[in-house]
Design a protein around this ligand. Sequence first.
Ligand code: ADE
Length: 218
Amino acid sequence: MRIDIISIFPDIFQGPFSHSIIKRAIDKNLMKIHIHNLREYGLGKRKKIDDYPYGGIPGMVIRIEPVYHCFSKLLSKRSYDEIIFMTPDGEILSQKYAQYLKNKKNIIILCGRYKGIDQRIRDNLISKEISIGNYILSGGEIAAAVLVETVVRLLPGVIKNKGSIMTDSFQEEESFIAPPIYTRPVIYKGWKVPDILLSGNHKKIKDWLKKKSMKIKP
Ligand code: ADE
């Protein structure tokens, strides 16, 4: 899988992408991430990427041309399965959508900033709009990192213990919440691991875990 991320703050990704699972996936060549600085596609000497919105609305808007040129360059080299725009008014990211994306070959993620991007980009060039929740971030970068992480952990070979993914919340179905989980010591400051987990009765343990898992009603 290849993900191309377009942003005006590419350095934001250095932290999230250089540790743990995402780093391992990149190092093992299971996933390629290319980050493009939108500013490089800016207009004129000053590499302008934004402008005032029509209609007297306050704030600045990302212009069409830099985004169009960046998209054109990428699309001239390969086809893309999905061109995603990170925006708070998009569809809320779900485990189901991550599972859909994990089977795709090439994806572009465009990160918004300022007041937003010219609507014509959204209307004509974007195939999916994704939000990570009903709150406002300063831009789409952190949201894009969240999206990448949800997808990367599902790629074959990234997480060795496949059973671990299957027991994650939301993995099997939307209403599934992972059961509570414990490790040693059995008692700490009087707080005890539930007896059932120590009983050695596999059938009973399985039933208990199942009961504890189904918390949200669909
Ligand atoms: N950009 C700003 N806020 C966002 C959000 N909640 N989700 C995705 N992109 C965003």
